[in-house]
Design a protein around this ligand. Sequence first.
Ligand code: BYC
Ligand code: FE
Ligand code: FE
Length: 475
Amino acid sequence: MATIDYDQKIPNNVNLSGDARLQRALEAWQPKFLDWWKELGPADSGGYDCYLRTAVSVEPSGWAHFDYVKMPDYRWGIFLAPAEEGRLINFGAHKGAPAWQDVPGEYRSELRRLIVTQGDTEPASVEQQRHLGKTAPSLYDLRNLYQVNVEEGRHLWAMVYLLQAHFGRDGREEAEAMLERHSGDPDKPRILQAFNEPIDDWLSFHFFTYFQDRDGKFQLAALAESGFDPLSRTCRFMLTEEAHHLFVGESGITRIVQRSCEIMKENNLSDPADVRKHGGIDLPTLQKWLNFHFSICLDLFGQELSTNAATYYTMGIKGRYEETKIDDDHVLDGASYKVPEIQGSKIVDVDEPALNAINQRLRDEYYTDSQRGVDNWNKMIAQHGIGFELVLPNRAFHRNIGPFAKVKASPDGKIITEAEWDQSQGGWLPTPEDRAFVESLMHAVTEPGKFANYIAPPARGINRQPLDFEYVKFH
Ligand code: BYC
Ligand code: FE
Ligand code: FE
């Protein structure tokens, strides 16, 4: 079960050759995927040899193989985590029953909707990041970008497999539609708003992989609890790949913070304008990017009170984060959870039925997890003797979904007027001038072992290779 068959057109550990109809359907979709990759995947990357990891097994020990791969020749495949014998549905109305191996007919449309929403984000992120390869701050970073991109492509395969294997004709139609919606397309945008924002500079990329891939971690973890076993197994394997994406984001921001601090110390600077003159990204600018990316990601958890989420939970198709480690009845009858509400000019936490607060609970857990990296960045700033702290903005700041979408709030959580917002937002979110400045720093560095001035080298290379390893070979 654990070995992956690479002799097939589509590498897989799901015995695809044993299901001719499904194999045909997926092999018919494959060239469409490749056309999409060539058109909307990483720009101008065709023909580069890139030092990438490919999954060769789904065992936690040693599943990755590293080698040079030409970008469009990456072997996108279908990999499920090993089945757990006797796995049960662990929450909701069917708690205690055996996990479903087939789609339960009465929950078909809800399950399809979750899989489609999850699948849609994967190619969206590749589209958002498609121009970054031209301005990578090093070969090491370029390789990490491409690694993330090919794995997001594989995550699309993961969801398309579920659609084609379990949803018949509408599954095939949804698989086509995944390649028809495009990030930022005014007529056919991606489903979730944060996936329609362009990611055109490397500060945005690192915040994206820190914050937006972290939404991926929490959503995939909630789907990994699903009573629909194929979805659970798919998500469990995706999470092992996701860990690297989060590493790229966290270490990327750490390196940018480090470099900004070094520039300040070496030149005895305190004025952000001077940091910019020395080619560094000043800390207040980092804070604006943080405010933007974190706030749009809070929206990805849906409404604070959601009957959709309650329904998914009771059906047993989407659970909570680490559902089985939670000490309660896993049915949530009569249970309550604190949910923020706007009362006049104040934000108050009120008790609401826990079932309706499933999205809010996941957002709270995301908030706590996001804080960890911020604390580490602040430690680094303090170690340089600099008096500045990065902070996560309040959950009410710059929201587009839920009750906070109707009001304006400052990053510290005060409800303010439209006029106050108009006056202050330039100090909180990236302005066109800020974006132009950050873009002015974006130049490709292609000499092995060299890094752009605004970002420190990483602590170590990839797969124990040295920092001056030729991670990407151009031809
Ligand atoms: N934008 O009841 P609610 C990843 C809609 S990231 C636009 O709260 P629900 C990745 C909503 O559809 C992980 N619309 O909704 C990361 C609903 O519409 P209807 C992606 C939104 O369903 C980086 C209405 O508002 N995976 O993998 O409970 C790189 C009411 O809202 C938004 C998933 O998201 C929004 N932000 O919650 C690559 C998991 N939010 O019914 C990849 C699957 C809500 O009124 N998705 N709406 O027409 C879900 O579980 C749910 O769809 C959501 C929304 C949690 C997203
Ligand atoms: Fe993904
Ligand atoms: Fe990811």
